[in-house]
Structure formats: C-alpha cells, structure tokens
Design a protein around this ligand. Structure first.
Ligand code: GAP
Length: 506
C-alpha cells in the first residue's frame, strides 16, 4: 500500500533524483507541461505499455494494432469535431493581464470541482463567490471564451492558413481514419477492436501536478466496434466482479462512492453490457498490476460533463494525494465517429456483417488510457517510505519493475565470481551489477529503484556454489544453487513460485 503522505511535489523530486522523470529543457529553466523520462522511468513506462499491449492486443484474437502518424489531414479533426469543439473555457483577468481556465480557477479559489460546467454555470459560480475572487487578487471579465487545445503547425513550404495541420490531440481518430484499411486487410469480423499506443498533444492552459496534466503525453486506446443491434456481451463472464463506484446519483446527492457488481451496474441501467465488459477489463488490469483496491474507483460522468461524441462515460480514478483523479476514460461513442468520417470523406464506412447479412456502421466502446497517468498511479501506489529500513521501497509489480535483478558481490574480491553469475543472467532479465558501497547501502539503492530481487555473492558461494536471493518487499532471503538461479528468478518474477519456496531459508 502506498504511503499517501507523499505529495505530488515530493514525487516529482523523487523521480528526478532517481532518474525516473526529468523536467524538460531544465538547463533553460524548464518548459511547462513537458517532461523527459530518464533511464529508470523509460523502463517502467515501456513495461506499462508492454503489459497493456500484451493483455489487450497480443493475447486476444479480436483486437488489431496500428501505429498511426501524429499529423493527419486536417479534415480528420474537422470531422471528429475537434476543430470546433475541443476547447477549454477561458476567463480573462484584468489584474493579471492574462486568461485562466475558468473551471480550474474556481477549483483553486473556491475549492469546488467545476470540471464540465457550461459557460453559464461557470459565470454563475464566479458571481456567487465574487468576494473570494476579489480577495484572491482577481478582477475577472464578464464573459468566457473558447480556447482550442490543438497544437497547430504548417505542412509544406507555405505558412498560410491553407497549410495548417494539427498535432493529434488523441490517438483515437487515427483508428477511425484507418478503420476501412484494417477491415479490408485483416478480415476482422464484428465485434472487434483496433488499438493504438502513441503520443498525443494538447496545449493545456495550465499544465499541473507533474505528469498528471501535461502538453505532450501518451495514450493507449482501443476502439471496439460492435454491431449496432448487438446488446449481449458473451465475453462478460465475471458479473459478480465488484467495483468501487461513484455514480452520477451519488455525486448529485453529495455522497461518497459505494460498491456495485457488474451485474448491478447492468440492472440499474448505468451502462450497456459491452461498456461494463471493457470497464471491468481495464479496472482489473490495474488491480492485477498491483494497484491497491481501495485506491481505485469508477466515476460516472454527469450528463452535462459528457464530451460531444459520447452518450455515457466512466472514468477510472486513482486516489492521489491531491484527490481522486481520472487516470482512464471509457466512453460509449456510439456511431458518432464513423458516421462523421463517412460524411466528410464520402467513403463508404459500412461493414458487411456475415452473421446478420447486414451492412452496418458499427457502434463503438472506447477504453482510453493515459500512459503517464498510469505511470504516476503505479509509482504512488508502489512508493513506501519504510521507517524500519530507513529508505524508500518502490514496491512495483515485478512486471513493471525497471530492473528485475541486482547482482552484488559482498566484497570487491568476489567481483570476478559475481560477473560470472551476472553475465548469463543479463541475457535473460533486466539486470544491474553494483559493487560500490556497503551491501546495506546497495540494498537500499535497489529498494528505491524498485529492483525486485537482489542476488548476493559471498564467500560461501565459493564453497557451496550457491547465492543469496533477497526479496525487495519483505527483505527475506533464501539460498539458491547457482545452477538453479535463472530458473528460480524466472519463476519468482512470473509469480509461479512463492518466495518462501524458492530456496533454502536463510
Ligand atoms: N479518445 C478519448 C480521449 O482522449 P480523454 O478523457 O480526453 O479521452 C483519455 O483522455 C486519457 O488520456 C485520460 O484518462 C488521461 O489518462 C489521458 N490524458 C488526457 N489529457 C491528458 C493530459 N493533458 N496529460 C496527461 N494525460 C492526459
């Protein structure tokens, strides 16, 4: 369980100090909303993406992967609604001589969530709390304007309006734009999904909370295409699965979240079977990758919060030190996107469904996962300031750990013997060799880096050809024969053997 006392700033400091994440362009004073992943961070991030891709693409027969480009024909973004609707509501302050995101300003000054409020509602909140804004040093304008979040660029030799293109603000639209090509080439039959992992860019007005709201981030998205009349989901077999959930009704009544099974969500009509199925799959991925159940919940979107394309939407939220926040969004996009692209491109995006012998525009459920927010949630959940050990222990799931195995000679004299053990191990696992400082100091460093197991070579190794294996989470140690070490580590990392059964207790 994470030590929740740590703040987001502490986490940013920890990540920088240990080589997980650095502020971008720091030598020039940093660049707000942009971050670089360091040597340990890039490994964790890649592990997150690999775990998700393996589970939702590679090990399924009904999901196909793509890797679309970052810049597309501008009509893609006109058809999707992003040119006209993808904007934040801004309010100008005469004192600061700049505009602020109205909902965030209300959150900061009034301490009340204002995400998803209409312009009228935002102005009403500001008017009700006008004294608070005055006291906080704001002199706000009487109207709210729209600010489009897409980054613009030019393609080709001209910089006229005709040459304007956009960096993609989500990966989803590439999936819709490639829908026909995937159908034509992969013999996909409804229901099926197309998945993509890649960068997205949003010119956020106030990037904040470290990796939580940035201007460049990564998404892992699936568009899952279903026959529009298909209601039942045969894949939804675990209907007793219980979510922590904050429904729209709870929110209106000012209540805390409660618990609800998948079956109850269906019987209360909160979402359709396919939507519940994908919520469950994504929610369970977080649990299986080690997130503490009490730190995770679903939140149903209120009607006036829904994006222009969605008829129902749920977030998966994580309990960060700065509150429950969205780390995943799962929307029922209906037939919106394919219908729009059909209209704008004049391409026939209907699919012939063998089973019903009908030509249909499929409806879509979209699980949309931010990689960087997942990274942040996994790090917070793993972070444990262990007062007994006197150091931080990063209890990452072994599959996410940036380094799986550390190999340490007890003393420098044993370096050569240790290298003999390390060299073949590093062919199989992400390994780290460390011979500097006391063994206690090396264990502490390994704990902070989240290294799952440490292998120590000592003088007994020369006599009995065995080494000590130390478990990061408990500090328990077992003795394992050198000949068995690769097999034992592989079983430990995949969870096939309990640590206490991995060797002779020390
Ligand atoms: N295609 C749907 C879509 O993009 P979204 O709710 O705007 O929906 C999905 O974004 C996910 O992308 C979010 O749940 C979050 O994890 C991530 N995300 C969105 N904006 C982000 C930002 N500015 N910084 C970091 N992650 C972001």
């Amino acid at each position: 369980m994470a030590d929740k006392a740590i703040t987001i700033n502490d986490m940013a400091t920890f990540c920088k100090k240990k080589g997980f994440v650095f502020p971008n362009s720091e030598m020039y004073g940093g660049f707000s909303g942009f971050f670089d992943y360091g040597p340990l961070g890039v490994e964790v991030k890649n592990n997150i993406k690999q775990s998700w891709w393996k589970r939702f693409v590679k090990s399924r027969e009904d999901v196909f992967g793509i890797d679309g480009s970052i810049i597309s024909h501008p009509k893609v973004w006109k058809a999707s609604g992003h040119v006209d609707c993808f904007s934040d509501k801004m309010i100008y302050c005469n004192k600061h001589k700049k505009s602020f995101r109205a909902d965030q300003l209300i959150e900061d000054v009034v301490g009340k969530p204002a995400d998803g409020l209409s312009k009228k509602q935002l102005l009403a909140e500001i008017s009700i709390h006008s004294e608070k804004f005055k006291k906080a040093g704001y002199d706000l304008a009487q109207d709210i304007s729209d600010f489009n979040l897409m980054f613009r660029t030019f393609v080709g030799s001209s910089q006229s309006e005709d040459a304007v293109a956009y960096l993609r603000p989500e990966t989803a639209q590439l999936i819709f734009a490639d829908f026909k090509a995937v159908c034509d080439t992969s013999r996909a039959k409804l229901p099926f999904g197309i998945a993509q992992i890649g960068k997205a860019f949003r010119n956020e007005i106030s990037p904040r909370d470290f990796l939580f709201r940035t201007r460049e981030f990564e998404q892992m998205e699936i568009e899952y295409f279903i026959h529009p009349e298909m209601k039942e989901c045969s894949l939804l077999t675990n209907r007793d699965f219980s979510f922590n959930i904050l429904t729209a009704k709870h929110q209106k009544q000012g209540k805390e979240h409660g618990q609800m099974s998948a079956a109850q969500m269906l019987s209360f009509g909160l979402a359709d079977e396919w939507h519940v199925y994908w919520l469950l799959e994504q929610y369970k991925w977080f649990l299986d990758m080690g997130i503490a159940p009490l730190s995770l919940r679903l939140r149903e979107h209120l009607k006036d919060e829904l994006a222009h394309y969605s008829s129902a939407c749920f977030d998966i939220e994580y309990k960060f030190p700065f509150g429950w926040k969205e780390i995943h969004g799962s929307a029922n996009r209906g037939q919106f996107d394919l219908t729009q692209h059909k209209r704008y491109s004049k391409e026939n995006l209907e699919l012939f469904d063998e089973e019903s012998k009908q030509k249909v525009i499929p409806r879509v459920i979209e699980p949309s996962q931010g990689v960087d927010r997942a990274f942040l949630a996994f790090l917070f959940d793993a972070y444990h300031d262990d007062s007994e050990r006197g150091n931080v222990v990063l209890r990452l799931h072994p599959a996410l750990a940036p380094i799986k195995v550390g190999v340490f000679p007890l003393v420098n004299k044993l370096r050569e013997k240790s290298r003999e053990i390390f060299d073949p191990l590093k062919e199989e696992f992400e390994c780290f060799f460390d011979a500097s400082g006391s063994i206690g100091r090396r264990y502490a460093r390994a704990d902070e880096q989240g290294i799952a197991y440490c292998v120590t070579v000592d003088f007994e190794t020369l006599d009995d050809a065995s080494v000590t294996v130390r478990d990061r989470d408990t500090t328990a140690q077992v003795r394992v024969k050198i000949g068995d070490i690769a097999d034992t580590l592989s079983k430990l990392l995949s969870g096939k053997v309990a640590f206490s059964d991995a060797g002779k207790a020390v």
